[in-house]
Design a protein around this ligand. Structure first.
Ligand code: GLU
Length: 316
């Protein structure tokens, strides 16, 4: 059993933090609210650093114009960051490769040629979590492995997780347990997998606390395990609620005016947007008018933050 290096009080706040958006489109008010919360967690402590990291690993989905737009939106909200310009994951392949090679040297990874379809079919066997990798390629004989190599299929690399249980504490959700499957650390298309890049970056950038959307809570045991296998200190975590559309699905363009540009085109002010973010996450009382981000940061108390998703309704 391993545990992330976390304090015993779930209400931790004020360490070096970051916001790590993927530049695949404009940020919506849900993403921006997460950014505000991550910023407040760090800026609660005047000595803590707050970084932005551009998670542009996926070349097919990442665009520089979205990166620029996202940074402009953060600035427009009055959020600042140390170390400008922010690092881009696409420029850090060497770091990820080095971490991967360390895992390879430790015999902690194995090659995998399974297609999504094969995994789906094998994983539907009983007693396995939905989407968990069933370990097919871990059990290949040397001959089977050689045949796969000759097949010309792309090779991904998976961590041999050995069904190791993981425990960590989340500032909002309390003690968490998980047993990661053998997840991909290096993709078949030659790109470092998200989990590897995030773990390497958070450690290399000396991030002490990760504040992000709670859709990522379920995958966090994988990152805690990977940090441990790489001999890195895992950060503390605070997974904050998402903003959903009225249909209960994740907020998206189809739900109306959800980006800063959309809202400003409707004459909604930055102050109104910030007030909405603060009310809906319980950073401020429902009847409180606009409060500047730094004042929100100073009084931030994770114990009082909302744990419930917010259903989006038109702002102002
Ligand atoms: N880049 C991820 C996203 O935009 C966030 C990853 C993280 O915060 O760890 O969903």
């Amino acid at each position: 059993m391993i545990s992330a290096a976390v304090g015993t009080i779930p209400g931790y706040v004020g360490g070096d933090g970051r916001f790590a958006p993927s530049p695949s489109g404009p940020l919506h008010v849900g993403n921006l609210r997460t950014a505000l919360l991550a910023w407040c967690f760090a800026r609660h402590n005047p000595r803590a650093r707050f970084l932005v990291r551009v998670e542009d690993l996926d070349p097919a989905r990442s665009r520089r114009e979205h990166e620029r737009g996202q940074l402009e939106d953060l600035r427009a909200l009055g959020l600042d960051w140390d170390e400008d310009p922010p690092v881009r994951q696409s420029e850090r392949t060497g770091l990820y490769r080095e971490a991967f090679q360390r895992l390879e040297r430790d015999d902690a990874v194995y090659p995998c040629w399974c297609t999504r379809k094969e995994i789906r079919e094998a994983a539907s066997a009983p007693h396995r979590g939905a989407g968990a990798y069933p370990g097919t390629c871990r059990r290949l004989s040397a001959r089977e492995r050689a045949a796969k190599e000759r097949s010309g299929r792309p090779t991904a690399w998976r961590l041999d997780a050995r069904r190791q249980p993981v425990t960590f504490i989340d500032a909002l959700h309390g003690e968490q347990h998980g047993t990661p499957d053998d997840f991909v650390v290096w993709r078949g298309d030659g790109v470092a997998a998200y989990n590897l890049a995030v773990v390497v970056d958070d450690a290399e950038q000396r991030i002490e606390q990760v504040v992000r959307g709670d859709d990522l809570l379920e995958g966090t045991p994988r990152q805690v395990l990977l940090a441990e296998r790489l001999g890195l200190k895992a950060p503390r975590y605070a997974h904050v609620p998402l903003v959903l559309g009225p249909d209960g699905r994740r907020l998206a363009k189809r739900h109306g005016a959800v980006t800063l540009a959309d809202l400003r085109a409707k004459d909604v002010t930055i102050e109104q947007i910030l007030a909405w973010m603060a009310h809906t996450s319980a950073l401020s009382a429902a009847d409180e008018p606009y409060t500047p981000p730094l004042a929100l940061a100073t009084r931030l108390d994770p114990d009082r933050l909302s744990r419930e998703p917010t259903v989006f309704a038109p702002i102002a």
